[in-house]
Design a binder for this molecule. Structure first.
Ligand code: G3P
Length: 217
């Protein structure tokens, strides 16, 4: 499973950008949190990472989405146009797919929505796990359903598990067969943690010190 980081904060991307990251996703909320100019920060991120960088349109109508998406796509070749899962967004998705521009269809909350996005030729579909869990609906079950549907018909659209909040979300999305997970920086860092790792390391350090040896001078 590929890892994208879900942030528009450049320092957070730099901190993780040593082989762990396959791409970046942003959304209007994350751009607002970064306090940066949208196009400037997307250009900076796209130059920093080699993988895809999702940048979301603000318009709700097809014409506006196309205009904004074309603008964003010109920033860098690895910019992916993020579009909402509405009929207008799906129409724009088809437009960009036909133009050879990659798309990420976002705010997906049902398997039927994911089916429509695949039929529109989306590069990525973003089902929001955490926001479904917030409503007591099993977000991971949605990933499982989409996996079955896409495999039934050999759709090439990649399942990008989004709205990931916990380490268990990452593990469960991987088990369910998500192609990608977009993960907040703190959750990515937390994946490396284990109490037994810390405990074992503490013991090794103590025992090593007792030998009085040095590996490198
Ligand atoms: O980029 C979309 C997504 O990951 C949002 O997550 O936590 O705001 O539901 P969240």
């Amino acid at each position: 499973m590929k890892f994208f980081v879900d942030t528009a904060v450049v320092a957070e991307i730099k901190e993780l950008n040593y082989g762990l990251l396959d791409g970046v996703t942003t959304n209007p909320t994350l751009i607002a949190k970064s306090g940066r100019d949208f196009k400037e920060v997307i250009a900076e991120i796209a130059a920093l990472v080699t993988g895809p960088v999702s940048a979301e349109v603000a318009s709700m109508e097809f014409e506006g989405m196309v205009k904004e998406g074309e603008h964003l796509a010109k920033i860098a070749p690895n910019v992916v146009i993020k579009l909402p899962l509405t009929l207008q967004g799906l129409k724009a998705c088809r437009h960009f797919t036909q133009a050879g521009i990659k798309t990420n269809v976002t705010l997906c909350f049902s398997a039927n929505q994911a089916l429509l996005a695949a039929k529109a030729g989306a590069t990525y579909i973003s089902p929001f796990i955490g926001r479904l869990d917030d409503l007591n609906i099993d977000g991971i079950e949605l990933i499982r359903d989409i996996r079955v549907i896409y495999d039934n018909y050999d759709f090439e659209t990649q399942i990008l598990a989004a709205s990931i909040r916990t380490a268990n979300h990452v593990k469960d999305a991987a088990i369910a067969g998500a192609d990608v997970a977009t993960i907040p920086p703190a959750v990515i860092k937390g994946l490396a943690n284990h109490l037994l790792t810390d405990k074992g390391l503490e013991q090794f350090a103590k025992d090593w010190a007792a030998t009085g040896q040095k590996i490198a001078a």
